[in-house]
Design a protein around this ligand. Structure first.
Ligand code: SIN
Length: 284
């Protein structure tokens, strides 16, 4: 098969999406030609992995900015002097991690981030993989009748279940070392259940149990059954790929078409990651 990649090496991961990218050093300024291939790989594979990238915060920011304006997290404090960077930290005695369920990031916002770039700087000896599920594949696997049923329906997304004054984190702040700042403000918005990726034109499911409260304009009970079905459907192993981290592995994911799940299977060990995200647009 003819490869479109001439300047970077691509090693697809096992599963429906994801690739490791070789031949790139993110400490260097990346040429436009190399960036164009990385961008193409990001759109094609949705989850791209770079190994052995011992970059500093500014280099991390510089790489993120090649994809667009960087995003400021509304609920996690940034690292001093770097408003765009957050630290995801689980200490050995913490019992909960961040992102420990299949989700898209921050879909309670009108314009959720389009992508995140995470570098792990402390990796458990065993466990701590991240699972990425391909929402194009999940959508394609639905029956035509179900696709027609979902067409035009919207989900109500809210930050309240996780970050609200009585939400999950309000009861669990002492069990995790990430600098989460709860405030009185909830975000609430609606998005289509099926989203088109504006850069590829492909459709994927766009639901996640952490943020979706209900389906709009249909009876709540009916909507809840549909949501339960969709959550089970999206979680099928056939749609997923796992990234095994090493120190200084960087993984970038397309938050419009891939859900992720940070596995919390490394109790007693430390895991620390540094993340930037890129602003996204209004889902349609
Ligand atoms: C997240 O962004 O949800 C966490 C991902 C990870 O730590 O692997």
């Amino acid at each position: 098969m003819k490869s479109n990649y001439k300047l970077i090496q691509i090693k697809p991961l096992i599963g429906p999406h994801g690739a490791e990218i070789g031949g790139v050093n993110l400490q260097d300024e990346i040429s436009d030609a190399i960036f164009a291939e990385i961008h193409q790989a990001f759109l094609q594979y949705k989850v791209i992995v770079f190994r052995d990238q011992n970059i500093d915060y500014q280099q991390h920011i510089n790489f993120g900015k090649r994809f667009g304006k960087l995003f400021i997290h509304p609920y996690v404090s940034s690292i001093n002097n770097y408003p765009e960077i957050i630290r995801l930290l689980k200490e050995p005695n913490d019992t909960i991690n961040n992102g420990g369920a299949l989700h898209f990031d921050l879909t309670f916002l009108k314009q959720p981030p389009k992508a995140s770039i995470l570098r792990l700087i402390d990796v458990p000896k065993n466990g701590g993989d991240t699972m990425f599920s391909c929402m194009y594949a999940a959508y394609d696997a639905l029956s035509e009748s179900m696709k027609k049923y979902l067409d035009g329906l919207r989900g109500l997304h809210t930050s309240a279940k996780l970050f609200g004054p009585t939400g999950y984190y309000s009861h669990n702040m002492s069990k995790n070392s990430t600098a989460i700042k709860l405030n009185e403000m909830d975000f609430i918005t609606t998005h289509p259940l099926v989203r088109t990726n504006p850069e590829t034109g492909k459709k994927g499911l766009f639901v996640n149990s952490g943020y979706v409260e209900r389906i709009m304009d249909i009876p709540i009970k009916e909507g809840n059954h549909i949501l339960e079905f969709l959550y089970h459907h999206c979680a099928q192993s056939e749609f997923s790929t796992r990234v095994r981290w090493k120190k200084d592995t960087i993984t970038m994911w397309d938050n419009r078409s891939a859900m992720h799940y940070a596995l919390n299977d490394y109790q007693g060990q430390r895991r620390e990651g540094i993340r930037v995200s890129i602003e996204g647009d209004r889902p349609y």
